[in-house]
Design a protein around this ligand. Sequence first.
Ligand SMILES: CCC(=O)SCCNC(=O)CCNC(=O)[C@H](O)C(C)(C)COP(=O)(O)OP(=O)(O)OC[C@H]1O[C@@H](n2cnc3c(N)ncnc32)[C@H](O)[C@@H]1OP(=O)(O)O
Length: 510
Amino acid sequence: MTLDGEALEQLRKRVRAGGAEKYHAANAAKGKLFARERVALLVDEGSFVEDGLYANALAEGLPADGVVTGTATIDGRQVCLMANDSTVKAGSWGARTVEKIIRIIERAYDTGVPMVYLVDSAGARITDQVELFPGRRGAGKIFWNQVRASGSIPQVCALFGPSAAGGAYIPAFCDVVAMVEGNASMYLGSDRMVEMVTGEKTTLEAMGGARVHCAESGVGHFLCKSEAEALDVVKRYLSYLPANWSQQPPTAQAAEAPAKADLAALVPASERQAFDMRRYVKGLLDEESFFEIQALWAKELTIGFGRLNGEVVGVVGNNSMFKGGVLFVDSADKATRFVQLCDAFNVPLLFLSDVPGFMVGSAVEKQGIIRHGAKMITAISEATVPKICVVVRKAYGAGLYAMAGPGFEPDATIALPTAKIAVMGAEAAVNAVYANKIAAIEDEAERAAFVAARREEYERDIDVVRLASELVVDAIVEPHELRTELVRRFAAARGKQRHFSRRRHGVTPV
Ligand SMILES: CCC(=O)SCCNC(=O)CCNC(=O)[C@H](O)C(C)(C)COP(=O)(O)OP(=O)(O)OC[C@H]1O[C@@H](n2cnc3c(N)ncnc32)[C@H](O)[C@@H]1OP(=O)(O)O
């Protein structure tokens, strides 16, 4: 078959138009953009170079086999990308779809550039399963490639529609997932399948909608109101990360801290009074630079990227506004993954501690709080990027270890003048040691005086100057001095050569 210029142009036009008009109309009615419009909104104008446009061009109704793949630049930096076209068999994966996705991930890995996934897919194309599912270059190879690329190149997903069954693993293997509320969903079995298998009546939204995953399961990281917002999240995420693990994160112009930030005023003296760690972080970092991740999930722990004097840092802070800042199963997992992410991409870590410890009780023991806490402490131990632990108000029990306390090779442990570091809070400690004696005192006033005296002794024992004199903390710093202290200490830590252990890898408590 010969192809003249006009015929080629006709073919291109037909393929670029995607599936039948009725599918475009159905998507538009849901407020969804066409896959190619998403790509155009994301990348620098004119930078997209497409591969495999003619995949399955000889078949009827399968333009590009339902996926757009290629390279482009975002803010001048090279990326590889894929975008499911849900107007073609609901974005399901045929054999060519799978091959195109595998090839573009391999390209991203080989060239050391980020991989962006714009997902809107029904998962495997059930009618073509033999060609796409079980073989050496079948759908499993997509995941194998994602796992190999994890921590080598940034992988980020924006989810605009369903990601069903096998399709749900593409987001799951990414560093972060932005989900558009109302349209995005992730689930292993559709609502129809769930009812068939378990009898449960549910909906895609109730079972695997954006809010469920961003606020309850933790599989989603950013709940977005619109597709444009999800694409902005992709851009912003990439702006904090290097192209790959062997490079340093991009530096921005050095900037001032927010002019009116009074860190001292943000932290109440009484431990019983909560304060919002997110405000503290925003007051400490460069203006407008804090990019919070998983803001709706496990809120007792605040994580995100930001900049200190233009340099990227990853922040892990306890937020006493939620569950008193106590570490739970989910918050331990949240920290673990973020610490691994920062460590993979050379992002220094700043820990802001105000932690009463890990949660106790039968509910969390049954959930395996011990192994989740051990997992968090493993991640902190293994991280070899610069780490600084600031005790903003308190670090009690294993919470100190989980927040990169002195035993975990931080580049520094810094205490604010009001900081307390102890095996537990004074009230709990006095009760633990003197419970029998307290119970034996009949007179109420005498009992109160005894408890107060023991408390005072305990507080004296953990006084911050005492801790500094014992070299537990490296510095006591006033809140208004903290930012400058951190900028200098991170700069000094940058050149250090580090290697954690002689081995292939550890056996992580999971
Ligand atoms: C690795 C293992 C796997 O991934 S197994 C994959 C299992 N996947 C599923 O069970 C998802 C099945 N599909 C769905 O639930 C829906 O299509 C979802 C994704 C919710 C989209 O719904 P909606 O936008 O209303 O589209 P629709 O159902 O009308 O479908 C449009 C056309 O696409 C087709 N389609 C859909 N999914 C698949 C699929 N997985 N394999 C093959 N074809 C699929 C539908 O048959 C429909 O085609 P047509 O318009 O009737 O010609």
